[in-house]
Unconditional design. Structure first.
Ligand code: GBH
Length: 486
């Protein structure tokens, strides 16, 4: 049937880029190697109580020391693209000043290794590992961080700007701003709504300045992009529309507005007037932020359902980002996030492929000229390593089913006219899942954190088959969670 997105055989075009994604702090380890400086995630993960089990990225997947092995693995899976991020503190250990040659050399080896294997490099400049020295000066709440980011972007463009296929400035600035400075769930762990909103603006500014800087030095004809985690919002009940307007404002329109339309949404400025006066927005900033981009990266996992809290009934609050004492929703703390209908992944996030179709179609309708790419989609499940007839195996039926249904949803969006250029599965391998440490596994490849051995899971083999045939292979349907998608 069509309602459950389990159709097999759907075909993807020749130019559609199938790939997989990771991020520097989540996989590299080697935090003291070759002159890397400390990042806010080193500080945060080494602060007791911040990350599950006291886990840190000190070793992570040891990717820094296993680059060639991991490149070969990508080639074996047939990846056409690989989305990785560059650790700013490897390039500029204090966030400013001359480039660290050893850091540059690592990413050059990565990019050249990808190209040699026929894999297109999609480089993200910032996936949350801010040099600690810049945080000490105020981090993203400080305008100077955006200017420093542009210098860093220029350094990377000068070195790799003849080889990278797509440049992405920022990954999910929503998380950097609201989880980093508002809720405190992510580094640097601050809980200050005004700083979170200042961070939103300085991240937007950083994006614009970086695109301009890259354009000046890059010599090939790459794509320029930013990756957002836009919220797919389902309103509930009579106050649902007002709650959805507020969450759409903070989560989506505070980014899409300045990046693509050249202005901040007036209603959100009003909603947040008691939190900040927005004086950090300077004349001329709108022009600096709104740089032409050739691609919008979309990270999609799940949906939210909202209504306004009546102030009396027990609050449901299923968004999971308020328990540290801060708020991820400055000025709109009175929005209630309702428990979502299942099935759920191991993160507790509800599985709803229709959200991906809805999001892609809505973006295409709002910005018909802007090509889109799914830069992350995937799922955490508690996998088990078993000894099969052909050696170790992981029968991750749920993840395969999750991916199959989301690829089908993306296909449906393409049929409805969306210009979708590719799909990067999160993640190539199990890795450091931020506040959850190593307790959640998103990889299509299993990582043994004692031996660092990599084992492709069944989902990876399924994905390799999809890439090879360009058609959605049939996949086993999990016993649990198969119902209730309607
Ligand atoms: C991405 O973040 C990251 O880019 C990646 O590094 C990470 O490993 C991966 O996803 C998996 O977590 O109820 O409104 O708070 C995703 C982060 C996930 C944040 C869903 C918001 C819930 C919406 N987002 N989440 S809300």
């Amino acid at each position: 049937g069509s309602a459950d997105y389990r159709d097999a055989g759907l075909a993807f075009g020749e130019d559609f880029l199938f790939g997989s994604a990771t991020a520097s702090y989540q996989i590299e380890g080697a935090v003291h190697d070759d002159g890397r400086g400390p990042s806010i995630w080193d500080t945060f993960s080494h602060t007791p109580g911040k990350v599950w089990n006291g886990d840190t990225g000190d070793r992570a997947c040891d990717h820094y020391h296993r680059l060639d092995e991991d490149l070969d693995l990508m080639q074996r899976l047939g990846l056409e693209a690989y989305r990785f991020s560059i650790a700013w503190p490897r390039i500029q250990p204090t966030g400013r000043g001359p480039a660290n040659e050893a850091g540059l050399a690592f990413y050059e080896r990565l990019v050249d290794g990808l190209i040699a294997r026929g894999i297109r490099p999609i480089a993200t400049l910032y996936h949350w590992d801010l040099p600690q020295a810049l945080e000490d000066e105020g981090g993203w709440a400080n305008r100077a961080t955006a200017e420093a980011f542009a210098d860093y972007a220029r350094i990377m463009g000068e070195r790799l700007g003849d080889r990278v296929a797509v440049w992405t400035t920022l990954n999910e600035p929503w998380c950097s701003a609201y989880l980093g400075y508002g809720s405190g769930a992510h580094a640097p762990g601050l809980m200050d709504g005004a700083k979170a909103l200042a961070a939103v603006h300085h991240l937007n500014l950083a994006h614009g300045l970086a695109v301009s800087a890259l354009r000046e030095v890059v010599t090939n004809d790459p794509g320029y992009s930013i990756t957002l985690n836009l919220h797919v919002i389902r309103p509930s009940g009579p106050t649902g529309q007002e709650a959805a307007r507020r969450i759409d404002g903070l989560a989506n329109r505070l980014f899409l507005g300045p990046l693509l339309d050249g202005e901040y949404p007036a209603d959100v400025i009003v909603d947040t007037a008691h939190v900040t006066d927005w004086a950090f927005v300077k004349p001329g900033d709108a022009e600096l932020i709104r740089q032409p981009i050739s691609l919008l990266g979309v990270n999609y996992y799940s949906t939210v359902t909202v209504r306004m809290w009546d102030g009396e009934s027990p609050r449901v609050n299923a968004d999971g980002h308020k328990d540290m004492g801060g708020t991820a929703w400055p000025g709109s703390e009175s929005v209630e996030f309702l428990e979502q209908p299942g099935p759920y992944t191991e993160m507790g996030w509800n599985i709803d492929p229709s959200g991906l179709e809805d999001l892609l179609v809505a973006l295409h309708e709002a910005y018909p000229e802007l090509p889109l790419m799914v830069t992350e989609n995937g799922a955490a499940f508690a996998d088990e390593l078993v000894e099969g007839p052909a050696g170790p195996a992981v029968h991750d039926v749920e993840r395969t089913d999750y991916l199959r249904r989301h690829f089908a949803a993306a296909h449906r969006a393409i049929e409805r006219g969306v210009d979708l250029r590719g799909y990067q599965v999160w993640s190539l391998m199990d890795n450091f899942e931020w506040g959850y440490g190593y307790s959640k596994r998103f990889g299509i490849v299993r990582v043994d954190y004692d031996t660092f051995e990599r084992t492709p899971k069944d989902s990876a083999l399924w994905y390799a088959e999809l890439i090879r045939t360009r058609r959605l292979p049939d996949a086993p349907v999990p016993e649990i969670g198969a119902e209730g998608s309607g």
